[in-house]
Ligand binder design. Sequence first.
Ligand code: C5P
Length: 418
Amino acid sequence: MLKGKRILLIVTGGIAAFKAQELIRLLRKHEASVRCVLTDAGAKFVTPLSLQALTEDKVYSDMFSLTDESEMGHIQLSRDADLLVVAPATANILARMAGGLADDLATTVLLATDKPVLAAPAMNVRMWTHAATQANVETLRKRGIQFIGPNDGAMACNEYGPGRMSEPEEIVTAIEALLTTEKPPLERPPLERPLAGKRALVTSGPTREAIDPVRYISNHSSGKQGHAIAAALAQLGADVTLVSGPVGVADPAGVTVVKIESAEQMLAACLAAGKVDVAVCAAAVADWKMAKPASAKIKKKAGSAPPALELAPNPDILATLSKPGPKRPALVVGFAAETENLVANAIEKRTRKGCDWIVANDVSPASGTFGGERNTVHLITAQGVQDWPTLSKERVAMQLAGAIALHLTRKRPAEAAE
Ligand code: C5P
């Protein structure tokens, strides 16, 4: 599965650096090519010569080496790989990555890369559990850095607990999973604000369908994913209207937010937003509303049966916005939250609703998606299915916004020929 893949392995200064050598051997056995960046501290544990022998390639260490820069500039080094792996990743490099430092070749390459990054932490148990390290890891996770380990076990410093670097076999498995599932439309859009001049509509959160003035039907949607998408589209320059049901998350900056409660109100607000270039329906719209909501609180009567709630279907906002016509957005994106047969149901939903793309996500209780910070999605388009790795909801949003920008700014063949 790794045949022909190019791994840039960054070896930093920890006792586990000796395992980097076994990792290289395994990766080469899987027919991947490996190029190494060795930090100064890393060179205290393994020699450039041993890494060079194992990779059969030059080992890069010096940020200011004229020879290295003329052969392979550090930016090219950071991009000329399918995946960057930091193994071992010490507390120090994690802190420097989280802080965005670029004070040696390893951190510069990590800051400049547009490729996925996998880190295999290795450090003393107290360093790993320290609030500073945990905060750095959280920051990095939010930015989409993937982690493997650390494992529990006896440590070189005679302590026991989490901090041991994952075994090379485990790291290879993680690399395989990343490289075979991440087929991101992640090529960063060519311009900083590629969606400038474009209008976007995003729905987010749950809807509330009144049973009576004090009770309602709703669901667990937190609005985190929809709000993150609105924020990401705005970051890329779009003029964004976010139509949101009741949520606990803050309004994203630079976005026009329209707050509604029911599905009917959500539809009306979407239509009132006028013509947009892209609509993303991330809201968990209640499928049913009360056929006739009670105008006064329904009273409990001793001895009588509970009231039967007569329901009626809600309008389908996604299907309505997808209808062909002059007002149809150039791109309509729906979500499919499923607990089983995720991809098959989502493919069917794309056709049934008439939208262009479906972002399918597993919302079974075990997935932790509802209300959680992370999301595992599949992007379904007319061209096929892309399986994205588990990412933070912000990263899913950025990746989706990037894909939208590419789609909306892509030149049609006729224009491209001009
Ligand atoms: O039919 P289902 O609820 O599974 O479809 C999910 C997709 O359709 C989501 O994009 C959701 O925002 C949208 N939807 C909608 N209006 C509805 C029901 C769903 O826009 N009434």
